[in-house]
Design a protein around this ligand. Structure first.
Ligand SMILES: NC(=O)c1ccc[n+]([C@@H]2O[C@H](COP(=O)([O-])OP(=O)(O)OC[C@H]3O[C@@H](n4cnc5c(N)ncnc54)[C@H](OP(=O)(O)O)[C@@H]3O)[C@@H](O)[C@H]2O)c1
Length: 310
């Protein structure tokens, strides 16, 4: 069972993308305080210059601000940028046509006639999986998206989505889930293996554990806001891993811990989409592609991460 087709192959050709949640989000990412529209535009420009051509956003990021900014930026470049966005199955959304309507609103903000990947953001109640996946089939048939995917779906939910789409001869292109050296649930519960068997591209979100794997946060210098509270217990424990990644980076011409963490995800046959608030972060993250850790180094990182109970 392998269903990589002309419409989904492009995802397997991409080594690394760019995540745009922080572009407009004030609650978790302090948009407007830690990064301005100019910083974000610089991140966009430098990413494209460095060869990044895949950007992940969602209708809910900054309540549409992320898509609007991307729409503005796309007008400033002749380069082809592949855009992935997402539908949130909010409980007050009822008919399947609300998915089509939501995508049309996203396209309006993005200034596009179609996107490259449209994803269901979460398998939220009250509707069963088939309700929204039928909606995905509809937008694919309308030509509003090149490929369709899901996000935060477990193995069973993903299988259901795959089977429903197969009725329409539409392949399930991707499943976007949390995956990093600090969160390896999908390795342990078999989701990663299942994606590989099914020809579904696994897109790794929060690949830097929301900044923790860059090494810039310590017990003395925790991340601000919600992240500080979420990760307070981990900052001390991860320091040996950060040290290991710093040392390993020396074997690759001085790569940073962030670049090692992202390359580890590429070596695991997944597509990481790190967020970047400015040009410096975007440039560093783009430098995580185009080379490979050795199999021994991947194993050493696995072991160091295992010691943290991830
Ligand atoms: N499908 C879903 O449910 C879902 C959920 C979460 C995320 N996502 C997607 O995944 C993308 C990435 O995940 P994420 O944004 O949660 O977390 P992430 O990529 O793990 O971390 C991003 C944050 O780390 C810091 N950072 C990034 N690169 C850096 C560098 N080179 N040096 C120093 N600091 C750096 C920045 O924040 P600071 O500078 O403030 O530390 C940045 O905003 C999102 O943008 C979104 O597209 C999807």
């Amino acid at each position: 069972m392998l269903t990589i087709t002309d419409d989904t192959k492009f995802l397997f050709d991409i080594e690394i993308g760019l995540g745009a949640w922080s572009w407009g989000d004030r609650i978790v990412w302090s948009y407007g305080r830690t990064h301005s529209d100019e910083d974000i535009k610089n991140a966009f420009d430098i990413s494209l210059e460095a060869g990044i051509s895949f950007i992940d956003t969602a209708e809910v990021y900054g309540q549409g601000r992320s898509e609007t900014l991307i729409g503005q930026f796309l007008k400033t470049t002749p380069k082809k940028v592949m855009i992935a966005t997402k539908f949130m199955p909010l409980p007050w959304r009822l008919g399947k046509s609300s998915l089509t309507r939501a995508l049309k609103h996203s396209l309006n903000r993005l200034g596009l006639e179609s996107v490259d990947l449209y994803q269901i953001h979460w398998p939220l109640a009250p509707f069963p999986i088939e309700h929204w996946v039928e909606g995905l089939a509809q937008v694919k048939q309308l030509g509003l998206t090149k490929a369709v995917g899901v996000s935060n779906y477990n193995k069973n939910q993903m299988q259901m989505a795959y089977t429903i789409l197969a009725k329409y001869s539409i392949p399930l292109a991707s499943n976007q889930v949390e995956y990093s050296l600090l969160d390896r649930k999908i390795e342990k519960n078999g989701l990663l293996d299942r994606c590989n068997e099914m020809g579904v591209r696994l897109i790794s979100y929060s690949p830097l554990a929301k900044g923790l794997l860059t090494g810039k946060y310590t017990p003395e210098n925790p991340p601000p806001g919600i992240r500080g509270r979420q990760y307070a217990g981990k900052l001390k424990a991860i320091q040996p891993l950060i040290k290991l990644m710093t040392e390993m980076g020396q074997d690759h011409g001085g790569k940073s811990p962030a670049q090692i963490a992202l390359n580890w995800l590429i070596c695991k046959n997944t597509l990481p989409i790190p967020g970047a608030k400015n040009a410096r972060q975007a440039e560093m993250n783009a430098g995580a592609a185009g080379w490979r850790l050795t199999p021994d180094q991947v194993k050493t990182l696995d072991e160091a991460s295992d010691k943290l109970g991830n």
